[in-house]
Design a protein around this ligand. Structure first.
Ligand code: AMP
Length: 211
């Protein structure tokens, strides 16, 4: 099954992707995570992407489509995958079609802007393995260390309030249009993001027809 996890920044796409991928045993592909890794390693892609990401803008379609193209040809994608944060523009959605890729379901996580701003101020990420945490919902045992690998927990550069405002603006102006696009195709399922991670997961599993 090929799944797209859709929603504004901080809606819980990464968290739910990780849970679904453990349940269905398929990889989760996050263009944001690939870009953050590229920045960490100072690759040409990372150096290019950083300027956009720091401002809360989208990285050019040509860059992210190249990442997706390379990643989806890997053998572990043969049995399906979860796309977390891709597509984010209409041309990106069309690119998947041009590649001959069929998306089975688009799960749209709905969370209000006010809630997003609150959530992102509480979000921390493991510097080493990238695992996401919320200091409010689902906090780690030690607020400065990752439960899984012991790595240092940090706030994302683009979770700073002024960047969050810009990311939300970008979401509403460039990404949200995909909701109608996928609704018309008939593969959109809308999920109201819940306060508790496990409650959102129950709705996600129900939408996917799994228990
Ligand atoms: P995320 O981790 O999904 O919140 O993505 C972090 C940032 O990476 C976004 O704010 C964008 O700057 C960039 N990014 C991630 N995925 C895409 C995409 N599909 N298209 C353009 N930019 C992206």
């Amino acid at each position: 099954m090929n799944i797209v996890l859709f929603g504004p920044p901080g809606a819980g796409k990464g968290t739910q992707a990780e849970i679904i991928c453990g349940r269905l045993n398929i990889p989760s592909i996050s263009t944001g995570a690939v870009l953050r890794e590229a920045i960490k390693n100072s690759t040409p892609t990372g150096l290019l992407a950083k300027g956009y990401m720091d401002k809360g803008d989208l990285v050019p379609d040509s860059v992210v489509t190249a990442i997706i193209k390379e990643r989806l040809t890997k053998p572990d994608c043969a049995g399906g995958y979860i796309l977390d944060g891709f597509p984010r523009t209409l041309p990106q959605a069309k690119y998947l079609e041009e590649m001959g890729i069929t998306i089975d379901v688009v799960l749209s996580l709905e969370v209000s802007d006010e809630e997003i701003i609150e959530r992102l101020s509480q979000r921390r990420l493991c510097e080493d393995c990238g695992a996401p945490y919320s200091l409010k919902y689902g906090p780690p045992k030690d607020t400065s260390r990752c439960d899984k690998c012991g790595g240092r927990l940090v706030a994302r550069q683009d979770d700073m309030p002024e960047v969050v405002a810009s990311r939300l603006k970008t979401y509403h102006s460039q990404t949200e249009v995909l909701i109608d696009y996928y609704r018309e195709i008939g593969i959109l399922k809308t999920i109201k993001g819940q306060k508790e991670i496990k409650d959102t997961t129950s709705l996600v599993f129900k939408a996917l027809g799994i228990t």
